[in-house]
Design a protein around this ligand. Structure first.
Ligand code: ZN
Length: 301
């Protein structure tokens, strides 16, 4: 995603939004790590499985931060990585955050999403002939989150509360047998799909001609290395490389498309030699479809 930032003009209307999004993703990764670490120390007196970042397609595509399956209940954690004073408002459902300097931001409510995920998870178990309670909670991952006011509807937890919350879950008779639980674990793992948001230009509605073309220098980050005598040379820092085009083709796949023609390749690498482009693509791509000038090469992501 960072490749989008240095290939996009700073004056592009989406530029700041994309930079923001990168910050959010990085914070998100950290927050989820914190929760994973906390749950590592979880010692429930009964069999259970914990999943992180589970991507499933049930009624729609859902991405569950943390899922815990036990013989008694299913628990979904929606992890939020928002610092500051937090308020979950109803009608409309909104998450309002106030920073120390008084700045106020509003976010989509995690409650609506949690409700939707709970419903879909119930559905998934039901389809397997298993009727089991599905619970959910919104978890704030950062110690610096301060919950001002919460909704009465949704359980809200701070990260250091999650283990005791799970220990205090009331359990009576088990609903799933150990065998059924294990089968569900395998079923969920098989249903999990690696989700990727590519190509990014399509996702963020950026026209291709707003993307800077050229081979990127891995040393100084300048875009536009020149090809001469079988090497790429950076005119800014003087770095020379034999295979700098590989990273650039990877970026093409992330940003624009997972297949590329000879002409598109020449345009993106800024070269005019048809045979050179062909050689590069034959070597880099694992698969080709179509013939002659209609040939498209598949770029691995
Ligand atoms: Zn350079």
């Amino acid at each position: 995603m960072k490749s989008l930032v240095y290939r996009l003009s700073q004056s592009h209307p989406q530029y700041l939004y994309i930079q923001d999004e990168i910050g959010r993703i990085e914070a998100g990764d950290k927050g989820e790590e914190v929760i994973m670490f906390k749950l590592d120390g979880l010692n429930l007196p009964y069999e259970h499985y914990i999943f992180h970042n589970l991507n499933l397609y049930i009624e729609s595509h859902i991405q569950i931060d943390t899922l815990i399956i036990t013989p008694y209940y299913i628990m979904i954690f929606e992890v939020k990585n928002i610092r500051g004073a937090i308020e979950l408002r109803q009608n409309p459902q909104q998450l309002i955050r106030t920073l120390e300097n008084g700045e106020i931001h509003s976010f989509n409510s995690p409650e609506a999403q949690l409700e939707e995920y709970t419903h879909q998870m119930k559905q998934l178990f039901q389809e397997q002939g298993l009727i089991i309670p599905v619970h959910g909670a919104v978890v704030f991952a950062f110690a610096s989150s301060y919950i001002k006011e919460t909704s009465v509807k949704t359980k809200v937890l701070l990260r250091n509360e999650i283990c005791s919350f799970l220990h205090n879950m009331k359990v009576k008779e088990s609903i799933l047998t150990v065998k059924e639980l294990k089968a569900m674990k395998n079923f969920l793992l098989a249903k999990h799909r690696h989700y990727h948001p590519y190509p990014l230009c399509q996702r963020y509605k950026i026209e291709m001609d707003h993307i800077k073309t050229g081979v990127i220098c891995e040393v100084c980050g300048d875009v536009g290395m020149q090809r001469a005598y079988g090497r790429w040379r950076c005119h800014k820092c003087g770095e020379e490389s034999r295979d700098a085009h590989k990273q650039t083709l990877r970026e093409y796949a992330w940003l624009i498309d997972s297949t590329i023609s000879n002409k598109e390749c020449r345009h993106f690498l800024q070269i005019d030699n048809v045979d050179l482009a062909k050689r590069i693509l034959m070597e880099y791509s694992s698969q080709k479809s179509g013939k002659y000038r209609y040939a498209k090469y598949v770029l691995p992501i």
